[in-house]
Design a binder for this molecule. Sequence first.
Ligand code: FAD
Length: 291
Amino acid sequence: MKIKDLLTKDKLTVSFEVFPPKTESNFDSVKHATEEIAKLCPAFMSVTYGAGGGTSKYTLDIAKNIKDQYGVPMLAHLTCVSSTRQTVRQRIADIKEAGIENVMALRGDIPQEMIGEDRSKWDYHHAIELVRELKASDPDMCIGGACYPEIHPESSNQKEDIKYLKEKVDAGCDFLTTQMFFDNNLLYNFLYKIREAGITVPVMPGIMPITNANQVDRAIKLSGSFMPQRFKSLVDKFGYKPEAMKQAGIAYATDQIIDLFANGIKNVHVYSMNKPDVAQKILENLSAILN
Ligand code: FAD
């Protein structure tokens, strides 16, 4: 099933993101965790892709397994900046052969060792080039793109970021998924600005349940997200008590999702971090709302 068709239905949905194993040795444990999440029957699941291509094979293995065994619609992530055109074309062919209809077209972070290089030699510079490549290879493919309510860290201002986002969408994105955020007002402001700029495709907010205190620094470093005082207080109070922190983090994420639904958002993507218990608890908290 194409995700763009799911997003136009008049139904509230929750979907989950998982990540592939880094090595063969933890393949089985990741496969098991993703299968447990699939058994919860989310609207769809996405599988991330290692920027350096290290876990590229596993992305597809995990996505194909869930699609074939559990019938959950799958979104395979693909990055381009650290790959050659030949590699990307092979990955696209593999995705099609696996019967995956949805691809998240990403640039990927620029690896440290590439930063000083002559960029004219790179095959890809921005996600828009991958969107065009995917469209050219199969006009029917459903394509997602990333967006940043708090601006991409490399952008000097939001106006410029939204201008490039519009170009990426016009090149063929069917939907957008946001970077994580912890203050819904940032999302509402962002949505207002992108709609004003003429971006009309569905936008799925990405919600990250923070379930242990160590995750906080990593999440901020990765996303540059603003941490509201309400969230900081919760980490201060419960961060040293793992079970309490987990409960509070799930409650915070649930509260964000309920507020999003109450304000007209229909589809929320949860960064479930391969944690079936967290995914399950969130769905339990929303059971009557999603019915
Ligand atoms: P782009 O859309 O290319 O944007 C990157 C920057 O370049 C922005 O500042 C933008 O404004 C600017 N820009 C865009 N087009 C142009 C242009 N034509 N000229 C000049 N500037 C331009 N990373 C992974 O490695 N694997 C994953 O699976 C993964 N999944 C993600 C999922 C989501 C929902 C999100 C939000 C991010 C994900 N990332 C993933 C991280 C992502 O790869 C990084 O944030 C990366 O730095 C940017 O990727 P992008 O696709 O947004 O790039």
